[in-house]
Design a protein around this ligand. Sequence first.
Ligand code: FE2
Ligand code: FE2
Length: 269
Amino acid sequence: MIRLLFIGDIVGRPGRELIRRGLGALREYHQADLVIANVENAAAGFGITREIGEELLDHGLDVMTSGNHIWDRKEAIDYIGIEPRLLRPANFPAAVPGNGSYLARTAAGVSVGVINIMGRVFMTSIDDPFAVVLKEIEALKVRARVIFVDFHAEATSEKVAMGWHLDGRVTAMVGTHTHVQTADDRVLPRGTAFLTDVGMTGPHDSIIGVQIELALNRFLTGMPSRFETAEGNPRLNAVIVEADEESGRALDIERLSYSQEELADLANV
Ligand SMILES: [Fe+2]
Ligand SMILES: [Fe+2]
């Protein structure tokens, strides 16, 4: 049995603080063998820097996925070239720096393939994620039976479609990007754990991570405004997937949502 912990989009300093203070206890409590997190919003809501990436790896992340915000900080282009544990969606055109998959290994020596793809509905129209993901699975499956997919996408329909597309082909597919956790966690009939969106690890008294007045004002006026990361009510959103490492089939998926205080309490359980 293997247990994979996936943490939804880490947003700014409040998100990073949840990881710094809470990941040790969370990992221990759920006996996670591998921790994956989406880090596309880790640098003040926009992108990732080398300093922040290294800090998050130090706090215990094993693999970092991303999405549409991956290039917001220019230095991510260099960082992704030297850090194979940082992924960008695999369906970016072939010449784009970085990789869309990574072969991780747990402390017990189990190989786990991690794939990051991005949707095309209401997003930048990049290569076909449905075709690209099959190629990535093909390349990984000679070396890993357990494969985890982060599908970074806006439309619920596209994410649900990908779940059925991948059922029986991977251990788990979870969605990211909307920053709001959905309640449809389940294991699909052929053994793939699925959740439409994991939600966000960051300030929840916000509009998907952004200060309420700033994002609300855009809706009220239609005028542009600079977005700043909010601070209030930090929560960590995640899923834990339990799988059989011999077959790669998922046995269970559970969605998680912890406040700062609840995470602190885990350390005392
Ligand atoms: Fe995000
Ligand atoms: Fe995103």
